[in-house]
Design a protein around this ligand. Structure first.
Ligand code: AMP
Length: 384
């Protein structure tokens, strides 16, 4: 269903249909699948969610009011500012939009979290300042700086654009001077960062939430598997997770959230190598590796994000039994076949198929024969 851009002078009203009482209104920048899952969770809490996204066919706009306009449209921001709180589900929204909203409305997480997370350099500098291990890195804006960085780090190393990289886009692993020159020719128009290549054993992430009053809660660390830079499978909790590892990362994330005066859900992605954890990236929002929490945790990351930004008590992050989440990428598997798998919960995002596009996910709950059920799903088109 496509919505016409809202161009009238009437903003989305608090009670669009007379008689509907809401427990509050949340404005959201971005209306992708994360917004859609926030909307589903918000409805259960009696919240009204209103989205702003320039894409007329955005997944959240199929379920909730969406203002179709650019993120810097002043009228659209005015409408969003009439919410109890404004949040975001997309970290590449212009920081100026969040700052403009902050003058008029409560915004959570704060714009400074967005500013730090949007630039891989400031993100890694923040990790370093807080004593959070991160790969050695150098800012690169010329071929001479690239050569100097490579001389320090050696091959292989990783060259990334500082901004707007996601799902492995805007980055190259460099293994030779030829590859370095080629990568610089491709990416060098943007400011870059060169990182040490980490020979990790596995990738993990921690989803955390912080309330307005500074209360924190942490989901168990999860194990993530990527292909072509795109998350395919999450196991929750990460197999073999120890209390020591969990406590170590919780300490890192608590420091980060305090530094950023954070309110809402945040994800930290890490590499594990010889029992050491090295922070790669932070996401100032709900995160793909936290989707398991919808059915797998006592409170989902979406509900906890809304609880936090609304100033409500946080919910339990306990994961009673091991579970898994598989992304549907490029195409959706057959609904019937997925639902035949015991403990499978299908989520379709209402997006048209395109290679490499995340279209949905499947969560597998219940510890019994979990690996066998992961294998069954992995053999299906889209979830493989
Ligand atoms: P990113 O966009 O930074 O999350 O990177 C996407 C994926 O590339 C990560 O999930 C890793 O699999 C890989 N990667 C990124 N940075 C490094 C690094 N410094 N060393 C090894 N692999 C990396």
């Amino acid at each position: 269903m496509q919505r016409e851009p809202r161009q009238s002078s009437n903003p989305p009203t608090r009670d669009p249909e007379a008689g509907i009482a809401h427990s509050g209104r949340v404005g959201v920048l971005g209306a992708g699948q994360l917004g859609r899952m926030l909307a589903l969770s918000g409805h259960a809490l009696g919240l009204e969610l209103v989205f702003l996204d320039p894409a007329p066919d955005a997944p959240a706009g199929q379920l909730a009011p969406q203002i179709v306009a650019s993120y810097t449209d002043s009228q659209a921001l005015e409408w969003l500012a009439a919410s109890d709180v404004v949040t975001y589900e997309f970290e590449s929204v212009p920081v100026v939009a969040a700052e403009a909203l902050e003058v008029r409305a409560r915004v959570a997480p704060p714009s400074k979290a967005l500013r730090v997370a949007q630039d891989r350099l400031s993100e890694k500098e923040c990790f370093r300042e807080l004593g959070i291990p991160t790969p050695d890195f150098f800012a690169v804006s010329s071929e001479a700086e690239l050569r100097a960085g490579v001389a320090e780090l050696g091959y292989p190393c990783v060259l990334k654009t500082r901004r707007l990289g996601y799902d492995g886009k805007g980055q190259r692993v460099l293994r030779s001077a030829e590859q370095a020159a080629l990568a610089f020719a491709e990416l060098g128009a943007s400011p870059l960062i060169l990182e040490r290549f980490i020979e990790f054993e596995r990738e993990l992430s921690l989803i955390a939430v912080r309330s307005r009053g500074g209360e924190t809660a942490f989901y168990p660390l999860v194990e993530n598997h990527h292909r072509d830079g795109i998350l395919r499978l999450t196991r929750a909790p990460a197999p073999g997770l120890t209390a020591e590892l969990q406590t170590l990362v919780e300490g890192y994330v608590r420091r980060l959230m305090e530094r950023l005066e954070y309110v809402g859900v945040l994800a930290l992605e890490l590499f594990e190598r010889h029992g050491e954890l090295i922070a790669n990236e932070l996401a100032p929002r709900v995160h793909n590796s936290g989707h398991f929490s919808i059915e797998g945790a006592e409170t989902s990351q979406f509900e906890n994000h809304l609880r936090a930004v609304m100033g409500w008590p946080l919910g339990s992050t306990a994961v009673p039994e091991p579970c898994a989440m598989l992304n549907c990428v490029g195409q959706m598997p057959s609904t019937e076949e997925v639902l035949r798998v015991p403990g499978a919960h299908l989520h379709a995002y209402g997006k048209s198929p395109r290679p490499g596009r995340k279209l949905g996910h499947v969560t597998l709950t219940g510890a019994s024969e979990l690996e066998a059920r992961i294998a069954t799903l992995s053999a299906m088109p889209g979830t493989g």
